[in-house]
Write a protein that binds this ligand. Structure first.
Ligand code: URA
Length: 237
């Protein structure tokens, strides 16, 4: 009845068949956009050979991870790749996941206000997160997830080479300073981030996450004094 397989397949498509049964389940929820962006394995550079953000994006898009299955968009960074200031948050929330841009929700609006209070604009700083994919229901990232994505965050630091890093919240402090100490103990003093791939240690300041400040406005006074410390150091350099 059919002269070729192609003719048969065309007939099926015209009849409304769009999926073949397989031995394993078809993932009908798979994110098409991410799939389209994936490239041939041979074109993906290894992390140690990456010097540009676009190559890193390709690597992360092709890095197997469970969070990618539930997230909508990769959220890597916003702002200026040449900035001397890098701001690191925790992970994308719902709005960030929808737009593919970090800190665009309520916490992001507060972050914008915090920056403008020390005469900075978000377009002039580099903003990123420890995790580039939204954890389901905005849950806190696990230690395993932090470790899994840490090399990508470290690579961003090597690409941007900021002079200062401002860490927002415990997850970012844990990832960059490898410490279990509380924010209360870490804030109010300068720390250093060192890596064999970076010539000069980077000055690091830790402060409260804007989402926490929205829930606990009593801490805004401390956050303001952290911002002033940051402004002073930027102006001295
Ligand atoms: N909280 C974060 O830590 N990062 C975002 O991008 C948004 C909210």
């Amino acid at each position: 009845m059919f002269q070729s397989n192609k003719e048969y397949i065309d007939f099926l498509i015209q009849s409304g068949v769009h999926t073949f049964l397989k031995e394993t389940p078809n993932n009908l929820l798979e994110n098409k956009e991410l799939k389209e962006k994936s490239v041939k394995k041979k074109d993906i550079k290894a992390l140690e050979d990456i010097y540009e953000i676009n190559e890193l994006i390709t690597l992360i898009l092709n890095h197997k991870n469970i969070l990618k299955k539930t997230a909508k968009k990769l959220v890597l960074y916003d702002g200026d790749l040449q900035s001397s200031l890098m701001i690191i948050g925790e992970a994308p929330g719902q709005e960030e996941d929808e737009q593919g841009i970090p800190f665009v929700g309520r916490a992001g609006q507060l972050l914008n206000k915090m920056l403008s209070a020390i005469n900075l604009e978000r377009k002039n700083v580099y903003i990123t997160n420890v995790l580039p994919w939204r954890p389901p229901q905005n849950r806190t990232p696990t230690d395993q997830e932090i470790l899994d994505f840490l090399p990508f965050l470290q690579k961003q630091i090597e690409i941007v080479k900021p002079k200062f890093i401002y860490l927002l919240g415990t997850t970012a402090a844990k990832a960059i300073l490898s410490t279990p100490l509380s924010l209360g103990k870490l804030r109010g003093q300068w720390h250093e981030y060192k890596s064999i791939n970076i010539n000069t240690p980077i000055k690091v300041l830790v402060s409260y996450h804007p989402a926490f400040l929205l829930r606990s406005p009593n801490y805004k006074k401390d956050a303001w004094s952290d911002l002033q410390m940051l402004e002073k150091k930027i102006n001295e350099n």
